[in-house]
Design a protein around this ligand. Structure first.
Ligand code: GLA
Length: 710
């Protein structure tokens, strides 16, 4: 059977092209350059079944016998037959290096589907479909799924879930017969978005087990699923959830699915992360190093904007070594609290008689970049813009006046209908004006509500709204290419590769509690590399949980991300201030390593301990953090492995922060392990296989180990 074989980064993707339905015959470990005659893979035909082997097409369809979730649902409008069951078959293909394009068509139905596949350097597979209406009438499209087969060994599912201030926590279950679906109808990616759906061998861990995993690069409504059908095959995939009647393709029109990104690893989740991180870092627009230390003033002042206080904060920040100062919510017209003002993107003349210039001057004259918070997709009913343009508020029916019904409010706000060209242009012009008037280096681009009953002119519009937001970001980036943009969405409700193609970091969560952040960042890091994950040292007592943590635990948690501060640092004095200045210095010293190295996560049997680290690409340096996230069942941690180092290299391991004699409450031991005093010398193999005995940590404390090749 003719086939396309893409090979890259230890991965093979084999697509059979036998003239009927193109089908993925293998996605997983590299098979080497030579393939046997693939006819040997034709399945048996069981009793009480279709009379021919069932093909899982590149786009699964009932016409090829597939009884799982169909790849394409829709029907033709007009007087002719609706053609509810597509019979797509191979029409043409193109293969060059690690890219392939495959076209299928159903001539009778007047539909063609082109599939684009790229296997990137680190083995990350990128896949999408484009559906074209070649008929003479409209074609109503309900769903198009991107689907890949999972190896038979994959029998356990892991995906992520969450809520505000607790984003991206894992859940597991066996992949039994049936479908496991995660649907997101938030109009945004969602706090509870799975981020990644992984299927692996039972008990697969951070560094062991075979894993197949997929991520959907889309910021609107979506579904991700794992489908195990009666014949024993398992597929994984994703689709955009289209609203009823939302997509009717006119003759000649096309619909493009968002991109699906998929990785296979034979050494657990770390292999999956490696594929994603390598893909991010290979992009030409990946943010350049070094990532500046941020002060965000939200948890320092909230809406209480006062030039005097903010200037004191700028002073204090500069003294600590901060490099970027971000003015959060509260600077624009009518915005004294979260009840009003969204949409009125003019600097408030009462608060800022001279505009933001005095503050910008205070910030930039102290050598820091200036960043500004905006929430361009939203509007308060209590705003000048909503009063002037009630029809710009998105809802289920066209809105002609202020009396028309509105969707339920969320944080007192509504969604601006960016599908409306007037509304889109107004927002573009306002942001463009701000970026032109002030030397703004950074926008914190927020999006603080789910989209409910989202419509434009009475037709569901999440699809078009999402594309309009992308267009807005693209246009502003083209006009202001040096401005970095953060994707924030009530914390971490918009983390996906669609938004990250046009932004430079994400705000992982509104929760700055270091304990919560340990988990949130671990699981965010499954896909997103640390240089793109905003991570701040918050106040001593976290505002969102009431928990109090030592500075060292907060600093070590923020260290493994794009580091910053978010509290009233004017109040930090004496020894604590010295320690904070030291933490900023620690980040600056190590950011190049943290932001380019390979992320490793150990499989520590004691669930109270998390060990993660980052190893330089050339294996000469590494940093590891051991965090106690709960009380342990054992008296002391004993030996903990430090994985991922070069096996035959000799390393020195030193306890770097907090020092063994540091003040604070990190340690609870009569004496530390012997090696702590002078450092340990051992090979990478020894450190991975035997490990080192660790100090006894109090819960909610962490230590940093610095590892250097000798
Ligand atoms: C959202 C963000 C916060 C902050 C506030 C401002 O909740 O996630 O970081 O910017 O909005 O209103």
């Amino acid at each position: 059977m003719p086939a396309i074989h893409l090979r890259q980064g230890g991965i093979s993707l084999v697509i059979g092209l036998d003239g009927g339905c193109p089908q993925v015959l293998h996605w997983g470990a590299d098979l080497g350059p030579e393939l046997p005659d693939l006819g040997i893979l034709d399945d048996a035909v069981p009793h009480s079944a279709l009379d021919v082997p069932v093909v899982l097409g590149l786009l699964p369809q009932a016409s090829a016998g597939w009884r799982g979730r169909p790849g394409l649902c829709g029907h033709r409008l007009g007087d002719g037959p609706p053609g509810f069951s597509p019979r797509l078959s191979l029409h043409g293909w193109f293969h060059h290096g690690r890219e392939a394009t495959i076209e299928q068509a159903d001539e009778e139905l007047g539909l063609s589907v082109t599939t684009f596949l790229t296997l990137h350097d680190g083995g990350l597979l990128e896949m999408r479909h484009e559906v074209a209406n070649r008929g003479g009438t409209d074609f109503a499209l309900d769903a198009v799924s991107v689907v890949l087969p999972v190896g038979r060994a994959g029998t356990e599912i892991l995906d992520l879930t969450g809520r505000w201030c607790r984003e991206r926590h894992p859940q597991r279950r066996p992949a039994g017969q049936g479908t496991w679906v995660r649907s997101g109808r938030h109009g945004r990616t969602g706090h509870d978005s799975p981020l990644l759906m992984a299927v692996g061998t039972p008990g697969f861990g951070n560094r062991h087990g075979k894993v197949w995993a997929g991520h959907f690069g889309w910021s609107g409504d979506h579904e991700q699923f794992v489908d195990t059908v009666a014949d024993g095959r398992t597929v994984m995939g994703a689709a955009e959830l289209l609203g009823s009647g939302e997509v009717a393709l006119g003759p000649g029109e096309k619909y493009a699915t968002p991109r699906y990104f998929a990785a296979y690893s034979d050494h657990g989740l770390d292999g999956i992360s490696e594929a994603f991180h390598r893909w991010f870092r290979a992009r030409s627009h990946h943010p350049s190093m070094p990532r500046p230390v941020v002060l965000n003033v939200w948890e320092a002042v909230y809406f209480n904007h006062d030039l005097g206080v903010l200037t004191e904060l700028a002073d204090s920040a500069a003294e600590l070594g901060v490099e970027r100062f971000v003015l959060d919510d509260g600077w624009f017209r009518h915005r004294r609290n979260d009840l009003a003002g969204l949409g009125d993107w003019y600097v408030d003349e009462g608060l800022w008689p001279d505009g933001l210039h005095p503050l910008v001057e205070a910030v930039t004259s102290r050598g820091m970049q200036f960043g500004l918070w905006v929430e361009p997709e939203m509007v308060n009913a209590d705003s000048d813009v909503a009063r002037a343009h009630p029809d710009w508020i998105a809802g289920p029916a066209p809105r002609h006046d202020a009396g028309s019904p509105l969707p339920l409010p969320w944080r007192h706000q509504q969604v601006l209908d960016l599908v409306n060209p007037g509304a889109w242009q107004y927002i573009y012009d306002r942001l463009d004006a701000l970026l032109s008037e002030y030397p703004i280096s950074y926008l914190k681009w927020d999006q603080n509500r789910d989209l409910a009953e989202m419509g434009h002119d009475g037709v569901p519009s999440v699809h078009r709204q999402t594309l309009a937001v992308y267009r807005l970001l693209d246009a502003l980036r083209a006009a202001h290419p040096r401005v970095e943009i953060e994707s924030c969405s009530s914390g971490g409700a918009r983390v996906d590769l669609g938004i990250l193609e046009r932004t430079d970091r994400i705000w992982a969560s509104d929760c700055n509690d270091a304990l919560e952040r340990q988990a949130i960042q671990r699981w965010t890091g499954l896909v997103v590399p640390p240089e793109l994950v905003g991570s701040h040292i918050g106040p001593t007592t976290a505002h969102t949980t009431g928990r109090t943590h030592d500075l060292s635990f907060r600093a070590l948690t923020a260290l493994f991300g794009h580091f910053g501060l978010e509290w009233d640092i004017r109040q930090v004095r004496g020894a604590e201030r010295d320690e904070l200045r030291g933490a900023v210095g620690l980040y600056k010293r190590h950011r190049a390593l943290i932001h380019t190295g390979t992320m490793v996560r150990a499989d520590v049997p004691d669930p109270s301990l998390m060990l993660h680290g980052v190893v330089a690409g050339d294996g000469t340096r590494a940093l590891f953090a051991l965090a106690a996230v709960a009380t342990s069942y054992s008296e002391q941690p004993g030996r903990v492995a430090l994985p991922g180092l070069a096996p035959d290299t000799l390393y020195r391991v030193e306890l770097c922060y907090p020092g063994p004699d540091a003040a604070g409450t990190t340690f609870v031991q009569a004496s530390p392990p012997a090696w702590v005093a002078g450092g340990a010398l051992a090979s990478g193999r020894f450190l991975a296989e035997v490990g080192l005995p660790m100090p006894v940590l109090n819960p909610e404390h962490a230590i940093l180990l610095e590892v250097t090749a000798r």
